[in-house]
Write a protein that binds this ligand. Structure first.
Ligand code: GLU
Length: 303
């Protein structure tokens, strides 16, 4: 069997919050429990969305929580050539095409109707590149480690953008190229990405890349029923040891690992040692969403 290799792949659009802690912690515990490696990849392909300093803040937050990664950090902003080669490969197979359409033009449709599949409608305009969801692997099926058997027809999800009109690489292409290049065997991430997986599976199939196992995690929601995110101002994780301890304990509880109360004020390293030894995916209730407690939210101020 290939040795386990997992990763945490944050977009540095801001500091980590309780929701991102859940993804970081679960992927870390899953890797360490399996005796595997845990890599860190900074998905900084969208500079306008990534304020300077956010990636550094993320690194400090991970270190403060004792979530130490293996090997060098992978920065997606260094990977232009690899993404370009992948797009070229897809294009040569007729699986990617340029598209001039604007969101406004297809506003009456829920997904892009594929108008440029057989030729660009308006060649004078800036072009995005899209995936032919109709020509790739269909249906896409996989066994999610928490949510069980999955089956999607990517046609219903649409021709996702691989490269944007402003020349920036899109997440779907970059994530697939790097997961394969880094030899990732296990993807552990939030439920919001479950329905992105079919495109990623289509891309892996088209590019002849290995298929990782997937474990999607319940999403942590705020009291208004929104996913915790930088956009809705989820508080940043602390970096002070005293604030970290109870928060790490709550994160283990949110992952249904039932940490003993006696661990609540223990140093992060001690809590993590306990959690690695006890980690059991089968304990996680397969719910798409979870409500954060007031305590989870009332933690901190930006570092
Ligand atoms: N960069 C993505 C995010 O921050 C996660 C990518 C992934 O885990 O596949 O939401």
């Amino acid at each position: 069997m290939t040795p386990y290799r997992g990763r945490f792949a944050p977009t540095p659009s801001g500091a980590l919050h309780f929701g991102s802690l859940i993804a970081a912690l679960a992927s870390f515990l899953d890797a360490r429990r399996a005796g595997g490696q845990w890599l860190l990849r900074i998905e900084d392909i969208d500079p306008p969305r990534c304020p300077p300093g956010a990636a550094d803040t993320i690194l400090r937050q991970l270190e403060a929580f004792g979530l130490h990664w293996d090997g060098p950090i992978r920065w997606q902003s260094d990977r232009n050539e690899a993404y370009a080669a992948a797009l070229e490969n897809l294009t040569s197979q007729g699986l990617a095409y340029p598209c001039s359409c604007s969101r406004k033009q297809w506003r009456d449709f829920t997904i892009y109707p594929g108008w440029c599949r057989h030729g660009v409608r308006d060649p004078g305009k800036p072009l995005a590149w899209r995936l032919r969801s109709d020509k790739g692997l269909r249906p896409v099926t996989w066994q999610d480690r928490l949510f069980g058997a999955q089956r999607f027809d990517p046609i219903e999800l649409g021709d996702v953008v691989l490269k944007r009109k402003d020349d920036l690489w899109a997440y779907q292409l970059a994530v697939v190229v790097d997961d394969a290049d880094q030899g990732i065997t296990d993807v552990v991430r939030g439920f919001d990405l479950l329905d992105n997986t079919p495109w990623q599976r289509q891309l892996q199939h088209a590019l002849g890349l290995a298929e990782p196992r997937y474990l999607h995690l319940p999403l942590i929601m705020n009291r208004d029923g929104q996913k915790l995110s930088k956009q809705n101002l989820a508080p940043a994780l602390p970096v002070e040891e005293q604030a970290i301890r109870p928060l790490l304990h709550r994160a283990l509880a949110a992952l249904d690992q039932a940490p003993p109360d006696t661990l609540a004020l223990a140093p992060a390293a001690e809590q993590l040692d306990w959690a690695i030894a006890q980690w059991d995916v089968a304990r996680i209730r397969p719910e798409a969403t979870r409500q954060a407690s007031d305590a989870d939210m009332a933690t901190t101020h930006p570092p």
